[in-house]
Design a protein around this ligand. Structure first.
Ligand SMILES: NC(=O)c1ccc[n+]([C@@H]2O[C@H](COP(=O)([O-])OP(=O)(O)OC[C@H]3O[C@@H](n4cnc5c(N)ncnc54)[C@H](OP(=O)(O)O)[C@@H]3O)[C@@H](O)[C@H]2O)c1
Length: 326
C-alpha cells in the first residue's frame, strides 16, 4: 500500500517520502481500516523534525487521525466490516490502510462524510477538552482564541460560538482576517502583533476575557496574561509560534487567574470515561448541525508534501484533508 513514511528527521521534509509498504499487521484489539480521509495536524509537522514530545522510532508512517471503513476486526470487536469509523493514534494514518486500536475509534455519525469526520476529531476534541472540560465555559463569557485560523484555533472559535460564548479571534497574519470572519463569525478579530490588551479591553467593555485559549505561546501568551479577567483561565494548548513562554508566579497570583495545561489526547487516555463523555457531547452537537469543521482544501495523499508545506507557511484556514486515491 502507499504510505507517507518518515525515514529520517529533517527540517525541510527531505526525510519524508511516499513509499510502497506492507499492509499493517493487525494486533488483537485492533481493527484494520481502509483510510478514506485523513487530516494534517501541527504535531505531524513537528514529528518530521523530531520536535514533538513523542518521538516514534524511525521509520514510521505519519498521520494521527483518519476516517474510513472497517475491513477486518476481532469477532468480539465493537465494530464490524463495513462500519464507517473515525479517530486515530499518534502515527499510521497517512496510508491506504491502518491498523487502529478499536478503543480510539468511533462510528461516524449519520451521513457525515469522511473528510468532515477526519477534520473533526483532534481539533474539536482539543477545543472541547480545553474550553468546556477544563475551562468550564459558560454562555455569555468572553473567550480569546489565538491561532484562530489554524486547526485547533478555528475549532475553538466555532465551538465557543455554538455554546453561546463571545469570541475574540486573533491571527498573526493580517491577510487572513476576512477568511477568519467568514469561517467562524467571531465577535471580533484582532491582528495580534505586539500589544493587544487595550483592544481586548475595548471590545469587552473592560471586562477582559474569562478564558484565553492559546495554541501559539510566546508573545501571545505573554500579552494574554494582561487580557485574562480576575478568576479567569489561561489555557495552554500549544506553541505553534515556536517559543515557550516563562512566567513569574506572582502574576497569576496578583491577577487572580489560573494557568491550565491542556493535553487533550492524554486526558482522554488517563480518564477514559471523561474522554468518552467529551466525544459523546461533541458528536451530539455535531449531529445537531452546530459544529462546522472548516476544510481549507482536500488533496490526494500523493500531494502530502504540498499539505505539509502549506501548514509550515501558515497558509491554511482550518484543516487540510488528504485522501488516498481509490
Ligand atoms: N494540547 C493539545 O492537546 C493539542 C492538540 C492538538 C494540537 N496542539 C497544538 O496546538 C498548536 C496548533 O496546532 P494546529 O494543528 O491547530 O496547527 P495549525 O493548523 O498550523 O495552526 C496554528 C496556527 O498558529 C498560528 N501561528 C502563529 N505563529 C505561528 C508560527 N510561527 N508558525 C505556525 N503557526 C503560527 C497560525 O495562525 P496565524 O497565521 O493566523 O497567526 C496558525 O494558523 C500546535 O502547537 C499543536 O502542537 C495541542
Amino acid at each position: 500500500m502507499k504510505a507517507v513514511v518518515v525515514c529520517a528527521l529533517s527540517t525541510d521534509l527531505s526525510g519524508v517520502t511516499l513509499a510502497d509498504v506492507d499492509l499493517p499487521a493487525r494486533q488483537p484489539g485492533q481493527v484494520l481500516v481502509r483510510v478514506r480521509a485523513t487530516s494534517l495536524n501541527f504535531p505531524d509537522l513537528l514529528m518530521t523534525r523530531g520536535e514533538y514530545q513523542m518521538k516514534p522510532d524511525l521509520p514510521f508512517i505519519a498521520g494521527l487521525e483518519l476516517a474510513g471503513e472497517v475491513i477486518e476486526a476481532d469477532a468480539d470487536a465493537p465494530f464490524k466490516p463495513g462500519d464507517r469509523v473515525f479517530g486515530g493514534q499518534k502515527t499510521g494514518a497517512f496510508a491506504e490502510f491502518a491498523a487502529v486500536d478499536a478503543a480510539v475509534l468511533r462510528l461516524i455519525p449519520g451521513n457525515m462524510d469522511f473528510a468532515t469526520a477526519a477534520a473533526l476529531g483532534a481539533a474539536y476534541g482539543t477545543a472541547w477538552t480545553a474550553l468546556v472540560e477544563l475551562g468550564g465555559l459558560k454562555a455569555g463569557q468572553w473567550v480569546l482564541v489565538h491561532g484562530a485560523s489554524g486547526g485547533v484555533g478555528l475549532a475553538a472559535c466555532d465551538l465557543a460560538k455554538a455554546l453561546g460564548a463571545r469570541v475574540i479571534a486573533t491571527t498573526g497574519s493580517p491577510g487572513k482576517v476576512d477568511a477568519l470572519k467568514a469561517a467562524c463569525n467571531p465577535d471580533a478579530v484582532i491582528v495580534a502583533s505586539g500589544r493587544f490588551r487595550e483592544d481586548v479591553a475595548a471590545i469587552t467593555d473592560g471586562a477582559l476575557c474569562d478564558l484565553v485559549y492559546d495554541p501559539v505561546g510566546g508573545d501571545a501568551f505573554d500579552e494574554s496574561t494582561r487580557c485574562v479577567a480576575f478568576g479567569g483561565k489561561l489555557l495552554v494548548v500549544g506553541f505553534a509560534g515556536g517559543r515557550i513562554a516563562d512566567i513569574s508566579t506572582n502574576i497569576p497570583l496578583i491577577k487572580g487567574f489560573s494557568i491550565v495545561g491542556v493535553r487533550a489526547g492524554e486526558y482522554a487516555r488517563r480518564f477514559p470515561e471523561r474522554g468518552k463523555a467529551i466525544r459523546d457531547a461533541m458528536l451530539a452537537l455535531a449531529a445537531e448541525g452546530k459544529l462546522h469543521p472548516h476544510i481549507d482544501r482536500v488533496l490526494p495523499l500523493s500531494r502530502w508534501k504540498d499539505a505539509y508545506e502549506a501548514m509550515a507557511r501558515r497558509a491554511v484556514i482550518g484543516k487540510i484533508v488528504l485522501e488516498p486515491e481509490a
